[in-house]
Design a protein around this ligand. Structure first.
Ligand code: ZN
Length: 173
């Protein structure tokens, strides 16, 4: 069954033929982070796909993964390209490298998940919080509810983690 939702005035939908994303977001709707784990080589993968990018196997099992990691890269948006985001500026898009499966299959590889910086309740983080986050900041996953059966994974500051004294950021005002 397809999934539909309205996110800040934008229509989001996942077609019922897109089994990988239907399953991925079904777990997200329960505020759980699951990734496909290859039945043959045991590697997790992201984003959801039909076959393993490491060994081409089509057999995988949805597996609970801890949604924790560190900011690998980021961008800070001051000029919204979509009207719905105008009131949210400045906001952050974070690329977070998961602690899980870090450095595999090579030292340059990892599972990296892009999402917005939010507060623990899934709302976009305000400007004073945006200024605290940079490369190396420790994050944990939370979810923004969109509709029945659809929630978006987001990143929020992991208040239980030791944060870097000065996460790397572009020079600021
Ligand atoms: Zn595999």
């Amino acid at each position: 069954m397809s999934v539909k939702g309205d996110y800040m005035g934008m229509a989001l939908s996942i077609d019922d033929l897109d089994g990988e994303n239907i399953n991925y977001f079904k777990h997200c709707a329960d505020h759980k982070f699951h990734l496909q784990k290859c039945d043959d080589c045991s590697m997790l993968r992201y984003p959801p796909t039909t076959a393993c990018p490491f060994c081409s196997s089509a057999n995988a099992t949805w597996t609970a993964v801890e949604g924790k990691g560190a900011v690998y890269s980021y961008l800070e948006v001051h000029h919204a390209i979509q009207p719905a985001f105008k009131a949210k500026t400045p906001y952050m898009v974070l690329l977070v490298e998961l602690d899980t499966q870090q450095g595999k299959p090579t030292s340059d590889d990892a599972l990296r998940v892009a999402a917005n910086l939010t507060l623990p309740n899934g709302e976009f983080a305000p400007a004073d919080v945006v200024k605290q986050v940079g490369i190396g900041s420790r994050m944990r996953m939370v979810f923004s509810d969109v509709s029945d059966g659809l929630a978006l994974p987001q990143w929020t500051i992991d208040e239980t983690a030791t944060q870097p004294a000065k996460p790397w950021r572009y020079p600021q005002e």
